[in-house]
Design a binder for this molecule. Structure first.
Ligand code: PLP
Ligand code: COI
Length: 342
């Protein structure tokens, strides 16, 4: 079904945007079960005006990438982890789980069908995959829907934050994106809706995004609007916040493993107090879209805290970046089970 002839885009300036590709996968849940999904060509969806996803935010999504390798094969990075996370998000919002096999099969179908848009090896770009699960059907009261749509679309992407592996600055926000015991651990639209205004205010002031503090005391670092935070202490420990109101980032868990097993660093998940940033030599944001984005500094009220440098990338951040991307693009052997071939 797919036309495999490579489509050429301006890979150097691609950024992170939506391009309407030829195919997306859709499956519907009705009468208590999933019905067989299929590829569709129309990017528009028609749903009831009473859909719970529209009014009550009963929806969840995922984000992962497909990578073109040097030998022409295609890698998915830890897709079962995304499937599991979407199952947890579904549980939190009383939606039916999408089985892992169905989730991964949908990803493979979408990548294969849109292969012409998969960025070539060496461009640094990849094919971003966006699975989503939404409550649909005729409803109006606040209760879970009886019908659901699970879909996956794809779009070729480059850097999420300007400059990729160049440090950028972040604003420590006065706002919260998620509450303690709320939905911060789930990848659901409501968390992102809450982050729009703070993110906008940060960007208006020239920052890449904001970084949130813990919603109880506002003393500990939580995460960036669309990525987790990590720091490298002056004595070479990879540290990342542990909190029940942040998204469990698959990239973060991968870096915890790589930092320990491949770089020989100590690693720790724990509290990072905003008044103890001097402990850190380097810092970064990590995630599927963000990959590893070095953090130059934080604006905290009137004070600006610089980490490694506002222009140069630290040595450990660079090593982690090379290791992670090397694995994703198939240049470096991956830990068992991390790569699924399309
Ligand atoms: N935190 C937030 C709020 C995110 O949106 C993302 C992106 O998915 C991440 C962290 C990173 O998660 P992952 O590494 O699984 O992409
Ligand atoms: C991702 O990294 O996949 C994300 O979901 C981040 C953002 C684009 C919401």
């Amino acid at each position: 079904m797919s036309d495999k002839k490579q489509v050429q885009l301006d890979w150097d300036n691609l950024g992170f945007g939506y391009i309407d590709l030829p195919y997306r996968y859709r499956a519907y849940y009705k009468d208590g079960q999933w019905h067989p999904g299929q590829l569709e060509t129309n990017s528009q969806i028609t749903i009831s005006e009473g859909s719970t996803s529209l009014h009550y935010g009963q929806q969840a999504f995922e984000g992962l990438k497909a990578y073109r390798c040097k030998d022409g094969s295609i890698n998915l990075f830890r897709p079962e982890e995304n499937a599991k996370r979407m199952q947890k998000s579904a549980d939190r919002l009383l939606m039916p789980q999408v089985p892992t096999e169905m989730f991964v099969d949908a990803l493979k179908q979408v990548v294969k069908a849109n292969e012409a848009y998969l960025p070539p090896y060496g461009t640094g770009c990849s094919l971003y995959l966006r699975p989503y699960l939404i409550g649909i059907g005729d409803n109006v009261g606040v209760h879970p829907a009886e019908e659901y749509l699970f879909s996956v679309f794809a779009t070729p992407v480059g850097n999420y934050f300007k400059g990729g592996l160049t440090p950028t600055n972040f604003l420590v926000s006065d706002y919260d994106r998620a509450a303690h015991r709320g939905t911060g651990q789930a990848k659901v639209g409501g968390n992102y809706a809450a982050s729009l205004l703070p993110g906008h205010l940060a960007k208006q002031q020239g920052f890449s995004d904001c970084i949130y503090l813990d919603p109880i005391e506002h003393r500990k670092l939580e995460e960036v609007g669309a990525a987790n935070f990590f720091g490298i202490t002056k004595d070479n420990c990879f540290v990342t916040p542990k909190s029940d109101s942040i998204l469990p980032s698959i990239t973060k868990y991968s870096l915890l493993y790589l930092a320990k097993e491949r770089l020989g660093l100590d690693v720790k998940q724990g509290d990072i107090y905003i008044d103890q940033l001097d402990n850190f030599a380097e810092a970064g944001a990590c995630g599927t879209a963000a990959v590893i984005s070095p953090i130059g500094g934080f604006q905290i009220g009137d004070h600006f805290h610089t980490f490694y440098s506002e222009t140069e990338v630290g040595p450990i951040t660079t090593k982690l970046y090379n290791e992670l991307l090397g694995i994703q693009f198939g240049d470096i052997p991956a830990p068992e089970g991390w790569i699924v071939k399309v």
